[in-house]
Ligand binder design. Structure first.
Ligand code: RP5
Length: 161
């Protein structure tokens, strides 16, 4: 009797996207509605000649997609992740949970929220011990890119155990 075809999904992070070399900076946004707010980050990275990619991945609507991206980013060559989201901004924290890369969170002022961006700011800075996320100001896309460039400029000298 022939073997049953395997139907279960491959464990995320093992196969997805590994054949696609990555840039130095991976930018994640939680929604298409966040794209415009991150334009200054893309412009700054372009200005500095730093390769980057932007993916729309929601921590709440597509948690598996975020996990897949974060687990494969480093092996693809990504060295810093910038993650931007508004409202209950779980995206930077989830990226940091699945990757040892430095993650810079950008809290966004969503027009759909009454929180003025403070909701997102608090969501990003209140990470528990052992899962660090750096956080720039509300709508601080440009500073996130500048910080990423400074991290990239540091080179080696230390390897985590
Ligand atoms: C967040 O909710 C997103 O990052 C965005 O800032 C906000 C609204 O998302 P949409 O409803 O516009 O997709 O998760």
């Amino acid at each position: 009797m022939p073997a049953e075809p395997r139907t279960e999904e491959a464990p995320f992070g093992l196969l997805e996207g590994l054949d696609e070399p990555g840039p130095l900076v991976g930018i994640l946004i939680g929604s298409e509605s966040d794209r415009e707010a991150m334009d200054p980050a893309l412009a700054e990275l372009d200005e500095r000649g730093i390769s980057h990619e932007l993916r729309v991945l929601s921590a709440h609507r597509d948690p598996r997609g975020v996990a897949e991206y974060a687990t494969t980013a480093q092996i693809r060559g990504v060295r810093v992740i910038i993650a931007a989201a508004g409202m209950a901004a779980a995206l930077p924290g989830v990226a940091a949970a699945y990757s040892d890369l430095p993650v810079i969170g950008v809290p966004l002022r969503s027009s759909k929220s009454d929180g003025g961006g403070f909701d997102s700011l608090l969501s990003i800075v209140q990470m528990p011990p052992e899962v660090p996320v750096a956080c720039v100001s509300i709508d601080g896309a440009r500073n996130a890119a500048i910080l990423a460039s400074r991290i990239l400029a540091q080179g080696g000298g230390y390897s985590p155990a």
